[in-house]
Design a protein around this ligand. Structure first.
Ligand SMILES: [Fe+2]
Length: 303
């Protein structure tokens, strides 16, 4: 098992700003690590006006209510998602008072605003030539902006997309765990994540230090492989981060098999884990898609 590593700041200081690009990364490191290991990149978005607090306030005012999630930010690493405390403020007040209101906020699917869509598309156009040979079929590019108070914590959790987290303002410390290690993340936890749509997990004390450790500062970004558990802690300033994500068809198949296994387990069957027998995964995927199609027909009243 790896030991904890802090990134070497010097390795990120060789990049010279290139006005035609938003992102910079080592193609060899990308090819070696994408969707398997975290790696740092650099970006040129820290001074971008789309991330000024006034502009973000305007964005929040324009987004539908279900595109904004926010709560208290002084949380433990292990937090039951359903019991996450509110901060007692409106979304707008939360942004206006973000320095002092001890809160955590995410603006979701910001690509519904054309200006953010253009920025996200440019980032994806720089990533796509490198991700396609490894995970072909980039789709559903989505952007999320995290606006968080000093010292706030994002509890231990997993996410289901390919993700690059670009740090725009403030510093944050990230603990990222190897999602391939079943002593860290079990098949049952993944089944529950996909089947019950519950992103927060419990970090076992014996695993607390079995992680990669990074401190992101403005201009740095970090690649999170899909469903690698992590938790995040802000330093002493307001933090703004831009998460650029996308999906690929292989993730749909993986998700379908985990959901299928989640239902099998609920019915008292102990399923073959995802990846254990590829032929079984194939028929589970086919069965899941067929069941979804039938459900869709009934919902539309066509059947
Ligand atoms: Fe996350």
């Amino acid at each position: 098992m790896k030991t904890a590593t802090y990134f070497d700041l010097e390795q990120t200081q060789v990049c010279i700003p290139n006005p035609s690009k938003l992102l910079e990364f080592d193609p060899i490191k990308f090819a070696d690590s994408f969707d398997r290991k975290p790696f740092l990149i650099t970006h040129w978005l820290s001074e971008h006006p789309l991330f000024d607090l006034d502009r973000l306030l305007k964005l929040a005012q324009s987004l539908p209510e279900n595109h904004i999630e926010y709560n208290a930010g002084n949380l433990p690493v292990n937090q039951d998602l359903k019991l996450t405390p509110r901060n007692g403020l409106s979304a707008e007040e939360t942004i206006r008072r973000i320095r002092d209101c001890k809160s955590w906020m995410v603006l979701k699917w910001v690509e519904t605003d054309p200006a953010y869509r253009a920025l996200l598309d440019q980032c994806m156009s720089e990533i796509r030539p490198h991700s396609e040979p490894i995970r072909p079929g980039m789709k559903q590019a989505q952007g999320f902006i995290f606006i968080t108070s000093p010292n706030s914590v994002t509890p231990y959790h997993i996410d289901h997309e390919h993700n690059f987290l670009l740090q725009i303002r403030g510093n944050k410390k990230i603990r990222l765990f190897d999602g391939r290690d079943e002593s860290i993340l079990s098949h049952q936890e993944l089944e529950h994540f996909y089947g019950a749509r519950s992103r927060n997990l419990v970090l076992k004390p014996e695993n607390a230090e079995r992680c990669w450790k990074y401190e992101l500062e403005p201009g740095l970004g970090l690649h999170f492989p899909v469903t690698y558990p992590h938790w995040v802690e802000n330093c002493n300033d307001v933090s703004i981060s831009f998460s650029i994500t996308f999906r690929t068809p292989d993730l749909e198949r993986r998700r379908a098999v985990y959901i299928f296994n989640h239902h099998l387990r609920k019915w008292g069957v102990s399923p073959t884990p995802y990846g254990g027998r590829p032929s079984r995964d194939d028929w589970k995927y086919v069965a899941y898609r067929a069941a979804n199609k039938v459900r869709g027909l009934f919902r539309r009243g066509d059947a």
